[in-house]
Design a protein around this ligand. Structure first.
Ligand SMILES: [Fe+2]
Length: 285
């Protein structure tokens, strides 16, 4: 394990494809076209962007990298293998990469993420989303990677923060052993409704997001890194009375999508200051 975390690089929404896409089944080709929403279905281009994003993360001096879901286009085993190969080729040090699944990673199978962690992504399992309440202790920062994905039709893109997950995460936040650390929940779905329409929560949002917002309101050291929106997000939580000094710090932070960036993808950076993450801009190379 390397030194304590002072800088974090945040990548998201990679949407890796099977490199043999053109020779794969008609069912796979139709599904990936449908969920690509008009983007070019080009496995090599997407792989190149992830590789460059990882190079940028390393060059930025980040001590830890988080990739907040939609690692693959439909959660196909071949896609997970390809994603793992690109990570491996980038020689990311063990224990310094935190992965969580997104809705796309669960379109093929309810067990796809677990099988990927037991198979091609085994090297990254120790720092990635497995059981609810898991803590990845990196010195001054404790990451809590959370799986919000659920097996569902490609017509839906929502996620779920279950009451069990809420209890497990709450217990960790209350743990005196983490009292002096900056706590970072890492999850794909942001804890709000994308279009401001409560009806969209079921289709596209995070069911159970009120548990997350309650935690943020009660605990000023808790922050969230998320994906799903495919753009930079800086949201401030209304902390209520008593912790007004922290009220103007964004604590819900989203990163742009690797898949949507041009040839040179942008990586979002944060530096640790006063126990909270400070946005350090976007970095590309
Ligand atoms: Fe995505």
């Amino acid at each position: 394990m390397s030194r304590s975390t002072r800088r974090i690089a945040h990548l998201s929404d990679v949407h890796t494809l099977d490199p043999a896409h053109r020779r794969s089944s008609a069912r796979y080709r139709i599904a990936t076209r449908a969920v690509s929403l008009g983007r070019p279905v080009d496995p090599r281009d997407r792989a190149r962007k992830l590789a460059r994003g990882l190079e940028a993360a390393k060059a930025s001096g980040a001590d830890h990298v988080v990739i907040t879901g939609d690692l693959t286009e439909v959660g196909d085993p071949k896609e997970f293998e390809h994603f793992a190969q690109i990570l491996s080729d980038a020689h990311m040090p063990e224990g310094t990469v935190t992965l969580v699944p997104g809705n796309h990673d669960a379109y093929t199978s309810a067990a796809g993420w677990r099988r990927a962690l037991e198979g091609p992504l085994a090297r990254y399992a120790s720092a990635s989303a497995t059981d609810a309440g898991k803590v990845v202790d990196r010195g001054e920062v404790a990451f809590l990677p959370i799986d919000t994905s659920c097996f569902q039709s490609i017509a839906r893109s929502g996620g779920m923060f279950t009451p069990d997950a809420a209890r497990a995460v709450q217990a960790r936040i209350d743990d005196p052993g983490l009292r002096d650390k900056s706590i970072v929940l890492v999850m794909h779905h942001p804890p709000f409704v994308r279009h401001g329409n409560p009806l969209s929560e079921w289709v596209d949002g995070l069911r159970g997001c009120k548990h997350v917002l309650e935690m943020l309101a009660r605990h000023p050291r808790v922050q969230i890194l998320h994906g799903h929106m495919h753009r930079v997000v800086d949201r401030i939580v209304d902390l209520g009375k008593g912790v007004a000094g922290l009220a103007n710090r964004a604590r819900i932070l989203g990163a742009p999508a690797i898949v949507d960036d041009a040839e040179v993808p942008r990586v979002r950076l944060y530096d640790l200051g006063d126990g909270l993450l400070e946005s350090a801009g976007l970095f590309a190379m």
